[in-house]
Write a protein that binds this ligand. Structure first.
Ligand code: BES
Ligand code: MG
Ligand code: ZN
Length: 512
């Protein structure tokens, strides 16, 4: 794996600051070892049932582990950890973690695979509890689901701290599977590392994550995994007649980039899946300037592009048998003497004219041209993902991604994917009434803001529909889930969500 590799692109700050740090400790460290064991509750919450690995461990302690669990209190609540010392010479420090009831499955009301989610949370909580008391070498038992355990572990111990003085950084613990490496553990680590990559790309501030730096990072992360990466410059974008994309980019000193990533491990005749990610490396709002409060969050307005790069990163390491194309229009949205002005009319790649009523509705402009371009791949389906509207944040908060699609089959697939990964999705309408609100204008084909009140996420989706390629199309609005958020297994920061749901969706199309 390429983790731990220094990204080659030069940084104005420090040549090697962009390392996707692989948790490791050196021989000279004072290594403190710890182990995570799982505990279920029984019929009654105070009942304690051990996982098979925990049972084996209990045997080596002549029942002392179980005795201490009972002494520590009635039962062990789901998602909590308790530390025990010196129960056995082989495992001097142990974190017991609560998994909830045994055999938790699909919860219909919550639309989630509860057992998997409990394992992720337990692994994360256990590793963090050990890390907090100075443990740097952690073994995690598979908790009944090695893949979910690896995900919780890898996501749970990671946090964004690249710009902190080296000495003051929390040292990342080394985590490994107690039972040895399995396919489940390896796959779980791959997808969680991919999400951590998206977290890192998103949280990095805009002066260290310009369109050019983003494209360089993507290239250096993906090239070595057999993904062909093309970075197109302004001249190419002009030749493509991407007038909507260019109108957003022109207010900034930073050059726009159109990033294209091609992964082919499917059959020759297999239509590609096309993923498009919004790549605004900073959204000031442009001339329709945003209020300064929390404007720094707009460094993560390339969260969609980050998820697409991360998905390509995971899919290429998993070697999934699909043909996959990633497209990211990348630029800054800035106010300046050159910037697009409210009322300006621009032309998209498909020839449709757009009135830019509000320069802060820029995501849909850059996506419009990318959607037109996607058509050239004759895609099996096209998916776009974007931190598109504040309205979506208000509608769903940080709990789920909003989905708009013209295909109920795609909806069912992504709905299932979200239940499996725990990074859930919720469907919204793509009705004609919303389309009218962006197209019913006398002077132009489309307006970049919908008339009338409310439903901002729906009119944004209706705008994109005007540019969507032929066939199945699905739009994800991730403004709510992008962060900065704390999650059951994520520490506060940009979340990299829903990378794992995208990988899961793509994996369902293997050999189709
Ligand atoms: N990037 C923002 C949306 C956003 C807001 C994402 C908050 C994450 C958190 C987008 O470009 C935007 O500014 N949208 C406007 C659209 C409006 C002007 C029609 C919005 O939602 O306010
Ligand atoms: Mg905006
Ligand atoms: Zn934006």
């Amino acid at each position: 794996m390429a983790l731990g590799r220094v990204w080659t692109a030069s940084s104005p700050f420090r040549a090697n600051y962009f390392i996707l740090r692989k948790c490791s400790s050196t021989a000279s460290d004072n290594v403190k070892k710890g182990t995570v064991f799982g505990v279920y509750t029984g019929e009654k919450d105070e009942d304690v049932i051990l996982t098979s690995a925990a049972k084996q461990f209990d045997n080596t302690t002549q029942g002392s582990f179980m005795k201490h669990l009972h002494l520590a209190g009635p039962g062990l609540k789901k998602g909590t950890a308790r530390i025990f010392y010196n129960l056995s010479p082989a495992h001097e420090i142990v974190a017991a973690v609560g998994l909830g009831k045994h055999s938790l499955g699909f919860n219909e009301q919550e639309e989630i695979e509860e057992g998997k989610e409990a394992v992720r949370s337990a692994a994360a909580v256990g590793c963090r509890a050990l890390h907090e008391i100075g443990v740097t070498d952690i073994s995690v038992e598979n908790l009944g689901d090695a893949e979910a355990a690896a995900e919780g572990t890898t996501l749970g111990v990671w946090c964004f701290q690249d710009f902190k003085e080296q000495k003051k950084r929390k040292k990342c613990p080394r985590c490994r599977p107690l039972e040895g490496y399995s396919e489940g553990w390896t796959n779980g680590t791959i997808v969680a590392n991919a999400q951590n990559l998206a977290r890192k790309l998103s949280d990095t501030p805009s002066n260290f994550m310009t369109p050019t730096i983003f494209a360089d990072k993507a290239e250096s992360m993906l090239n070595s995994h057999g993904v062909k990466v093309n970075t197109y410059d302004k001249k190419w974008i002009e030749e493509q007649n991407m007038g909507a994309f260019l109108s957003v980019a022109k207010g900034s000193m930073e050059k726009p980039v159109f990033l294209e990533m091609i992964y082919s491990r499917g059959r020759m005749d297999q239509q590609p899946l096309v993923l498009i990610g919004k790549g605004i490396t900073f959204d000031s709002g442009g001339i329709s300037l945003k209020p300064s409060n929390n404007m720094d969050e707009m460094r993560a307005d390339m969260g969609g592009a980050a998820c697409v790069v991360a998905t390509m990163y995971a899919v290429s390491q998993l070697k999934l048998p699909v043909n996959l194309v990633g497209l990211c229009p990348l630029c800054e949205n800035m106010p300046s003497g050159l910037a697009v002005k409210p009322g300006d009319i621009v032309k998209a790649r498909n020839g449709k004219t757009i009135q830019v009523a509000n320069t802060d509705a820029e995501g849909r402009l850059i996506l419009a041209d990318a959607l037109c371009y996607a058509n050239t791949f004759n895609p099996k389906f096209t998916l776009d993902i974007a931190t598109l509207t504040g309205a979506m944040r208000i509608a769903l908060g940080g709990t789920a991604t909003g989905v708009f699609t013209n295909s109920s089959v795609l909806w069912q697939r992504i709905h299932r994917a979200g239940a499996l990964t725990g990074d859930r999705v919720w469907r919204f309408p793509l009705w004609e009434a919303y389309s009218k609100r962006v197209t019913d204008f006398p002077a132009v084909d489309v307006n970049n803001v919908g008339k009338g009140k409310g439903g901002g996420a729906c009119t944004a989706a209706a705008f994109l529909k005007e540019f969507a390629p032929k066939g199945d199309w699905i739009h994800l609005d991730i403004a709510g889930v992008m962060g900065p958020l704390e999650g059951p297994y994520l520490q506060k920061g940009m979340t990299g969500r829903p990378t794992r749901t995208l990988v899961q969706l793509v994996s369902q199309f293997g050999n189709e």
